[in-house]
Design a binder for this molecule. Structure first.
Ligand code: SIN
Length: 275
């Protein structure tokens, strides 16, 4: 198995491994690489929906997403899809999946199933590198803070995703998401400090209003995105990406209007977060 960095501080491309048939020691090395680099990319994989589910079960538990349309045969798989005539894509802004859950998902395994001729890349940003690069006064300002996260504004029936395929599965659901997490968490496996706020789901600091929180949140978001801590993936048929949601933000580019894109995603269960 070979590993090649995708950017100085984010992402790794792993070659020489067949994900569907990898050994236990390869699985361990893949996990460790993802915990450290945030995201790993694998090319030219033969990875059927059954392989996808079996690999996720070997990793650990699967979080079933209540809002995405699921395939009937494979309820573990969320279909992340944009049709040629739709304009809003799913995940088209920097975010961390499931930060609004009490126990946020560990990560996701995303498989390319139908790609536009160009565009539709995905970007990730490393929140360990982002935290390390914060100036000392900003680190001191966020020390010990907690923040409230929710997705209700995104997933409500007339919310951001109303015009996507998700819209139909959202209608009629009783939406109540919300969780409080430390603003700086420690990675459960590496112990590294990670900035754990994101502009999609973090609403306010505990003890402050949204208006009071926004200036500091915006300073953190601006500081978090540097060229060195971001990587970008150009998908090809057979590409699989696995990322750690605690370590990274991600952003799905919406630049392929008039073409269809379909990805299959399995969300991996996480563990409680702590400072
Ligand atoms: C997501 O999980 O946010 C979607 C990522 C993508 O479609 O590239």
């Amino acid at each position: 198995m070979e590993m090649k960095a995708m950017a100085p501080n984010c992402g790794v491309e792993i070659s020489g491994v067949d994900l569907a048939h990898c050994s236990d020691s390869e699985m361990q090395a893949i996990k460790q690489a993802i915990y450290e680099h945030g995201v790993a990319v694998f090319r030219d994989q033969e990875f059927s929906p059954e392989d996808h589910i079996a690999f996720a079960k070997r990793w650990g538990g699967i979080d079933i997403n209540n809002y995405f349309p699921l395939t009937e045969q494979h309820p573990e798989i969320a279909v992340v899809k944009k049709e040629a005539d739709q304009s809003t894509n799913i995940g088209g802004a920097w975010h961390t999946d499931h930060s609004y859950d009490q126990i946020p998902a560990m990560g996701s395994i995303l498989v390319a199933r139908d790609l536009p001729p160009s565009g539709g890349d995905t970007e990730w940003a490393h929140m360990g590198a982002a935290y390390d690069a914060l100036p000392d006064d900003l680190k001191a300002e966020i020390e010990g803070l907690e923040a409230f996260h929710t997705a209700d504004h995104v997933y409500k029936a007339d919310g951001l995703y109303a015009q996507t395929d998700m819209g139909s599965s959202l209608r009629g659901q009783d939406l109540k998401t919300g969780a409080i997490h430390p603003v700086v968490i420690r990675h459960p496996h590496t112990g590294r400090k990670l900035l754990y706020v994101n502009s999609a789901f973090t609403i306010h600091f505990v003890g402050k209003t949204r208006e009071e929180s926004l200036p500091l949140l915006q300073r953190l978001y601006d500081a978090a995105l540097t060229a060195d801590n971001q990587c970008r993936l150009q998908w090809k048929p057979g590409t699989v990406a696995i990322w750690d949601n605690r370590t990274t933000w991600h952003n799905a580019m919406n630049d392929y209007q008039g073409y269809r894109r379909e990805m299959h995603r399995i969300t991996l269960s996480g563990e409680a977060l702590a400072a």
